[in-house]
Design a binder for this molecule. Sequence first.
Ligand SMILES: [Zn+2]
Length: 294
Amino acid sequence: MRELVILGTASQVPTRTRNHNGYFLRWEREGLLFDPGEGTQRQMIHAGVSASKITRICLTHVHGDHCFGLPGVLSRMVLDGVAHPVHLHYPASGGDVVRALVSLATPGLDLHLHPHGTAGPIADGIEVEPLRHRIEAFGYRVVEPDGRTFLPPLLEAAGITGPDVGLLQREGRLGPVRLEDVSVHRPGLRFGFVMDTGVCDGAFALADGADLLVAESTFSNDDAALADQYLHLTAGQAGALAGSGGAGSLVLTHFSSRYDDVGLLAAQARGTAGATTVIAASDLDHIPFPSRRG
Ligand SMILES: [Zn+2]
């Protein structure tokens, strides 16, 4: 099962209706917690996300709204008796902050620290790209391996049924029939996660081909000067990112507390997003991973 659970959608300052950041991605057997800001532990309870489901925690950068929830979440995992290994990924330059936060947590978790400093793979099916923020920041990409989809009429014509289908899949060949004769290439699903950044190549790379893209949208187009000054995206820039990468769906989040109604930001993003579906996230939303395209 794959879905995105929104735990918080506020930037810098939380509001009555928006908690600091926090995103939980269910990805088959993995549970990835992204950027746990303050209050994430309680938001998980509201959203029905059990701490024991977390297998990885991924930080884009060490500004407080993206990591101050870490000690609480880690302590809760110890309290709940989590025995499986948990992997914590973060920019290498944020090591001091991360170690300080981890040191506050109840000891006892099988926690593995994985700093990264360059673009590329950081774990099986997970890659990072540099973002452009006021401190070092990286966005994440989660990729399902490519596979093959069987074409039933061709299988039938080849007389392959039942357990032979599985055999063909594993062996790549069954008698004269090759796997590629009766199936087509199926690109793996892709998730992109772009947090605090100005427009940059890394953000475009993460948006490219994403079935679901989460992008910060701190400012309205009308406040583009502020976005420029603080190295954040406007809604229009987030939309353009998704549109140019041909993303299936764009989830906008990380809103400045100055906007009571983020409907305007969603409309601005739609104006530049082309065929991409645009959703303005609310706290506690459960967003099913989009089904395969084409
Ligand atoms: Zn932030």
